[in-house]
Write a protein that binds this ligand. Structure first.
Ligand code: GLU
Length: 467
């Protein structure tokens, strides 16, 4: 049987890294088992779902390198892949359940439900729907419906035991009698999450649902819906959530929590994916932890997913990011930086990635180097610059070669190295601090170096009549 897994985001906000990890685990599992990775957009909440969020989520998944085999844009035999485009199928299934007595109309207003809830709480009971509409005679239901009364549809929750053989949590048992007759179709005609997700997982042939364990409580409801509709539910693997340093679920108060924020902070997609994969999953012993996506997918298995929450550690993420900065090709980094590929930017990236913490720092340094200094700083020495113009006529092929040219210049001028560096850095970059001068010479290249020296010399008072 082909493995079919899905990632089912609700487009009600930016892609949180917890959800990104869920997507990644599903993707890794699909790749590992030569299966299909399905993207399904759960947009039945009309008020909170926005096409902009959907577009952003798709963009973030692509950026992470997670391509889906079936989805709203990719198509596929189990489509449509947007729940808002499947409404007639949900309604038909609800009608079937109504006909079979497995669901019923509920006319309770939100105010009446709230009053019920408060009363139960006050009496020390769990706030559960008291099923009063389940007992309504069918003539009364038809009569109220014909009169145009608003009605939701509730599921008749069978009281039996429901066993979830979870691939991460193990054997988890629920009693249907402890669960609500939950709403499956809202009065506005849209399906509830538990109903739509359960139905789609079956209709789309999903074999395994991998998701955060905040959804574990939904699982018996979804399994009951699937069975009421005559399907065998998929298997489940509930992954513990990601927590912040204080032990609470990761949220905005812990800092950057979306994929977009990490991208803006200069994290490479391969760095983020690598780190997220290891948040809650451990590779087999002896495996190098720094891995690209294909390597991760070769090792990924659910039996090494932890049963306890993972702690998000921004420093460890930064470490993984640095490892990937060193490994990535210069071309890949140029593409991620979004800068124009020129000999100068290529050399800059080659040098800067050695010590940079992230892409943002590289981007900043590259643009500083590309910018011609408005005026040299630090009162450069005229004699040094003129001598440098002559000595640096050669194009240094490496930083080491640029270093030798500088040594030679020092010997010629009989000046301390520091004074020479200071004068050259000021003339070439307009700054007093920064990269080693040998690196600057190498990055700028012979022609650009000479051009900047000419300009600096021309701007000096001593240039008048002397050069
Ligand atoms: N739309 C749900 C969410 O984003 C999907 C949960 C699930 O995977 O079933 O939380």
């Amino acid at each position: 049987m082909t493995v079919r897994v899905r990632f089912a985001p609700s487009p009600t906000g930016s892609l949180h890294i917890g959800n990104a990890r869920t997507a990644l685990f599903n993707w890794l599992f699909a790749r590992r088992h030569d299966g299909r990775f399905i993207l399904r957009i759960e947009d039945t909440d009309r008020e909170r779902s926005k096409p902009e969020f959907e577009a952003e989520i798709l963009q973030d998944l692509r950026w992470l390198g997670l391509r889906w085999d079936e989805g709203p844009d990719a198509g596929g035999e189990a489509g449509p892949y947007r729940q808002s485009e499947r409404l007639s199928a949900y309604r038909a299934a609800v009608d079937r359940l109504l006909d079979e007595g497995k669901a019923y109309h509920c006319f309770c207003t939100p105010e009446a439900l709230e009053a019920q809830r408060r009363e139960l709480l006050a009496r020390g009971f769990p706030p559960r729907y008291d099923r009063r509409c389940r007992a309504l005679p069918s003539e009364e239901v038809s009569h109220r419906r014909r009169a145009g009364a608003a009605a939701a549809v509730r599921f008749v929750m069978p009281p039996d035991r429901i066993q979830v053989l979870d691939l991460v949590k193990g054997d988890v048992q629920f009693l249907g009698s402890d669960l609500d007759d939950f709403v499956i179709l809202r009065a506005d005609g849209t399906p509830s999450y538990n109903f739509a997700a359960a139905m789609d997982d079956c209709r789309m042939g999903v074999t395994l649902v991998i998701r955060g364990d905040d959804h574990l409580a939904n699982t018996p409801r979804q399994m009951a819906v699937a069975r009421a509709l005559g399907w065998e539910p998929p298997r489940f693997a509930h992954v513990p959530l990601i927590h912040g340093a204080d032990g609470g679920p990761l949220s905005k108060r812990h800092g950057a929590v979306t994929v977009a924020e990490h991208r803006a902070a200069g994290i490479l997609p391969e760095g983020l994916a690598n780190y997220l994969a290891l948040l809650g999953w451990s590779p087999p012993p002896g495996t190098n932890e720094v891995m690209d996506l294909p390597t991760l997918s070769r090792h990924f298995a659910l039996d090494r997913v932890s049963r306890s929450p993972a702690r998000f550690d921004a420093e460890r993420l930064a470490w993984f990011n640095r490892q990937h900065l060193r490994r990535a090709s210069v071309e890949r980094l140029i593409e991620q930086l979004g800068v124009v590929a020129t000999p100068l930017t290529r050399r800059a990236v080659e040098v800067l990635r050695r010590d940079a913490s992230g892409l943002a720092a590289i981007r900043e340094s590259v643009s500083a180097l590309m910018e011609e200094p408005a005026s040299p700083v630090g009162g450069p020495d005229y004699a040094v610059l003129v001598a440098a113009r002559r000595a640096l006529a050669e194009e240094p092929a490496t930083e080491a070669e640029a270093g030798s040219l500088l040594d030679e210049l020092g010997r010629q001028l009989g000046l301390p190295k520091r004074a020479i560096m200071h004068a050259l850095r000021g003339a070439l970059t307009g700054r007093e601090h920064g990269l080693p001068v040998a690196s600057i010479l190498y990055i700028l290249g012979g022609e650009e170096t000479r051009r900047r020296l000419e300009r600096a010399i021309g701007a000096l008072p001593a240039a008048r009549g002397a050069s």
